[in-house]
Write a protein that binds this ligand. Sequence first.
Ligand code: GLN
Length: 242
Amino acid sequence: MSLDHPRIVLLYQSLLGIYGDHGNAVVCQKRLQWRGLDAELLMIEPGEPVPTDADLYLLGGGEDTAQITAVRQLKADGGLFTALDRGAVLFAVCAGYQICGSSFTIGAHDEIIEGLGLLDVQTRRGPQRAVGEVLHHWTKPDGTESLVTGFENHGGWTTLGTDATALADVEIGWGNGDRTTEGAIQGNVIGTYPHGPILARNPELADFLLERSLGTTLEPLDKPEIEQLRERRIRSARAGKP
Ligand code: GLN
C-alpha cells in the first residue's frame, strides 16, 4: 500500500464490462488525482497476470456465461487471492458480486457454478428480474448513514450466510432480492448490485473504498456538480421516474 503511487486494477472488462462499471475505476483514480496523488489505473484482461501488489481491485457486471469464464480465469491466475491476503480491497458489482460468492446459477437449467469463495453469499435465479432505479441506506463505518443511488438489472437473487454482512438497507428496489438488504461486505471484499456507475453517483462510497485500501484518511473534496447529480437521481428514484 503506497500513498506515493496508489494502484487500482480493473479486472476483465471484456467479460464484465457491459454495464459501464469501468467508470468506478476511473472515479477512484480521479478522486485520488484530485487530491494530488499519483494514482495508476491498470486494466487487466483474461490471460494477463493479475498484479498482486495493487491497493484496490474492481469487478463489474456482465452476462451469465461471461461470469463462468471470469471465475475460471481468476482461479487459474490466483493473483487476486494473493492480493486480498496481503490486505488489498476488492469492490465487485452485480455479476462481479455474484462470482465472489460460494456459488451462483446459470442458464435455463440453473446449473450451479462454484464461485470464488470470497464472500459468504450464494446466488440463485429469482422469480423475476430486478430492474430499475434503486435507493439504499448505507451505514458508514463511523455509524452515520449515507444514501446510495444507482440502478439494478439482475436475474440472480443473493442470500447471505453468517460470515457476510449486508452492505445497506433497501428503500427502493430489490437489493439482494428480498427488498430488504443490499450487497455484502466481508473483510476487505465488498459486493453490491447497483450500476450507475455507483461510485460516480456515491462519492462517499468511493472514498470509503479508497481509504480502506490505502489505510489512511483522505481529505474531503468539494464537488458540487457530483452532489447535484446525486440529488437529481435520489429525487427521481423517490418520484418513481427513470
Ligand atoms: N448475469 C447476472 C444476473 O442477471 C448479473 C447481471 C449484471 O451484472 N447486471 O443476475
